[in-house]
Ligand binder design. Structure first.
Ligand code: GRF
Length: 205
């Protein structure tokens, strides 16, 4: 009996030491990518292995360099018609793919092989789908007279913004708010919640 308890304790101890490996995909500025990376910088359980981008000029690549995170840039043909991205993700032994402002539809081979999450800057199913990204979303929210908007963190499937919702948080849209004002509020929600949800998904204690 005593022996069994030691075994169990040892198992738990080893388990908490396993590092979960994250890949971030981003196409543009990458403020969410940087925020997530900074939150996990000293984590003993979570590590950003690599930041992937379809845009060689994306500012997220500069952010990655400043944080000493490896980067991987690919073009459309490589993404949809080759396995170089898949091979790279397998090489890093990635546990979770995090989309943070990634503009392209995720191909089937990634959806089938990995757990993937995305953050959308509105309360899905409203203001989602193809072409609904960045400022366009906030403009549509303001023009439609919504009194609330927010963020949606969801699993990614083969369609834009249609995977199962994991978490939502909202904020008010006040009379006179511009799309820029709304974007600022939404970004605050993103910075607060995305790292926490990622951590909760990967570390189930
Ligand atoms: C965020 O608003 C996110 O919700 C959306 O794209 C935007 C990316 O912003 N998917 P940033 O590049 O992280 O600043």
């Amino acid at each position: 009996m005593y022996f069994c308890r030691i075994q169990f304790t040892n198992f738990r101890f080893v388990n908490t030491l396993i590092m979960k490996k994250i890949a971030i995909f981003a196409s543009g500025s990458g403020s969410n990518a940087e925020n997530i990376a900074r939150c996990f910088l000293k984590s003993e359980h979570l590590n950003i292995e690599c930041i992937y981008s379809n845009n060689a000029d994306a500012f997220v690549l500069t952010r990655a360099k400043n944080l000493n995170i490896p980067t991987f840039v690919f073009n459309r043909d490589e993404f949809y018609n080759s396995e170089i991205v898949l091979d790279s993700l397998k090489k890093y032994d990635i546990d979770l793919i995090v989309l943070a402002g990634f503009m392209w539809l995720v191909p089937d081979y990634l959806v089938k092989n990995f757990t993937i999450v995305n953050i959308h800057p509105a309360l899905l199913p409203k203001f989602g789908g193809k072409g609904m990204y960045g400022e366009r979303v906030h403009k549509a929210v303001v023009e439609s007279g919504e009194t609330h908007t927010g963020i949606t963190i969801h699993y990614v499937n083969e369609k834009y913004d249609e995977g199962q919702i994991i978490f939502q948080a909202d904020c008010p849209v006040l009379p006179g708010d511009s799309p820029y004002d709304v974007a600022a509020k939404v970004h605050e929600l993103e910075y607060e919640h995305y790292p926490k949800i990622i951590e909760r998904l990967l570390i189930r204690n």
